[in-house]
Unconditional design. Structure first.
Lengths: 319, 319
């Protein structure tokens, strides 16, 4: 029965809008996309709606060739959303979206049921439905990228809070006198494990005279390069990952003590480096969290990789 | 209809066990109690059950005189509980309770439905049903005492987490290099705003040569004395409360960013000092939390005072 169903996921990103036809089994059956910017400016809201409609029409045809019934369209939106009404408050990095009733606009235009949520929640939901959180009811998902995003699933449902602004996990403070954060506060998790901060910390240590294969290697200092060096045994890089794991463990211990989840899922670039992050992270968490909370939680990498945004958005049609 | 109903609340504390007949309107209609210790030792589990049964029998008679129907007995337990089975894992400060199926034992003995939860959750539930959280569905409750306890209500239900160990709010880290905590971690909220730490900080500052009416007053340094001095305009004491508010605001900002509650309720001794805590606390929270989260939350003192434990336990029979 379920095998002939599919939904469409739309992931609105900073550089491109990705649209995918996603089977009820979680596989991306067809893809489309268009740039968020074009000719030096952002697509207008009207352009966006036109381009999404055209993409959906193409995917509808492909679905019909594949004998799939499309049950609806899910949107992962880069900003705060009233999830119940599918109403976009604004997008911090894309102008022209203030107070948009996106769900009802799309439903009229596409003649399909639509669901709108913010992108971090959609990613978390994708892991719950198709990824590393399958079969688990209480999950915290963190995405470690330029910023640190998050989604929380409690009792098998996405948790949004009173005004739909819950799960800003990057802005859990772990050091009240820590570095200034873009949000105006100090010492947010993001200021320790965001990509930029991670690289800046590496640069700072290298400038202070610490030695590493990285200083001899030349080339650009990236999380990936530092991970490669750590895997190759570079003590400087291993130490940097351990310290990053320690900061992250402080936040995860807080989350474990407050929410007592069964699983914590880490996605994003920084989390794709396997044991050099997860090893010290799990050890530090076991020390920092309450014993019951620490014993009952597994910390695992996200299962959905490049397609996570589109698959998560498509998964919004489930549940 | 509801007016002729009542339930019995049992609050197992470190020094005494309090039992109350609580009307469906939240009023304590009759009280009983016995000491947790007697003759230099803790009551055995069997003694406890006998004494509770006797107290419940007395309260049943009073209820019948007052034409009240008792709908059940609620227990606030000082330790981790499997809430679904009403099963006590252990009490950290009272020996002899390991793995006790308290709910089923009490139901057989008292011939009344029983509910068991940990005391911090029961307090939070009491505020939701009868106190400062009435009519509000997403609430975080903190109790500022020797330790810092907490309870979380999400979507109108007590939230317990995967292994019933959620809401350990005193152990949210706010300073990863902060003071050592009894839990083994560093910089937990409790190490900044627990009663003992608060008084210790005052002593440290006085010893370092800071001047205050408190140093001339003699007598014991207590949160209450420091609050009195602050209300009387003592700059030293005002500053100490402001700094404590700042620490607390860091934790509340984290909770607001993660859970986006509609209300945060503060109970316990430290929270009973009105504007000298709540003034700077609200200002600091507005600066530290995300704007949407900060705007949507009210921070208020607990409404239930001395009877909070018994009323909260009795409220467990509701919902």
């Amino acid at each position: 029965m379920i095998k002939n169903k599919a939904s469409i996921g739309v992931d609105i990103g900073g550089t491109s809008v990705k649209i995918g036809l996603v089977g009820a089994e979680g596989k991306v059956l067809a893809r489309d996309s268009f740039p968020t910017h074009e000719g030096g400016r952002h697509q207008s809201r009207e352009d966006f709606l036109r381009l999404v409609s055209a993409a959906v029409d193409r995917l509808k045809k492909i679905a019909s060739q594949k004998k799939r019934v499309i049950v609806g369209v899910g949107i992962g939106a880069p900003g705060p959303v009233d999830v119940e009404r599918g109403f976009v408050y604004f997008f911090p990095n894309i102008p022209g979206w203030k107070n948009t009733p996106l769900k009802s606009i799309l439903e009229k235009r596409l003649k399909l049921p639509a669901r709108v949520d913010n992108d971090a929640s959609a990613l978390a939901w994708g892991e719950f439905v198709f990824g590393a959180g399958r079969g688990v009811k209480n999950i915290v998902v963190l995405t470690l990228g330029t910023g640190v995003g998050g989604g929380i699933i409690l009792d098998g449902k996405l948790f949004h809070g009173h005004a739909f602004s819950a799960a800003e996990i990057g802005h859990l403070v772990i050091h009240e006198n820590g570095p200034e954060c873009a949000c105006g506060n100090r010492g947010c998790l993001e200021t320790f494990v965001g990509n930029g901060y991670f690289v800046k910390e590496a640069e700072k240590r290298l400038k202070s005279g610490q030695t590493s294969v990285l200083s001899r290697a030349g080339g650009k200092l990236t999380p990936h390069a530092i991970a490669k060096a750590a895997h190759a045994g570079d003590p400087f890089s291993i130490r940097l990952w351990e310290d990053t794991a320690e900061h992250l463990a402080t936040a995860l211990a807080g989350l474990a003590n407050i929410l007592n989840p069964e699983r914590i899922i880490l996605g994003g670039g920084l989390a794709q480096n396997g044991i050099i992050l997860f090893g010290p992270l799990r050890r530090a968490l076991a020390k920092k969290a309450f014993p019951i909370a620490a014993r009952s939680v597994k910390v695992v990498p996200a299962a959905l990789k490049l397609d996570a945004g589109v698959v998560g958005a498509a998964a919004l049609l489930r549940g």
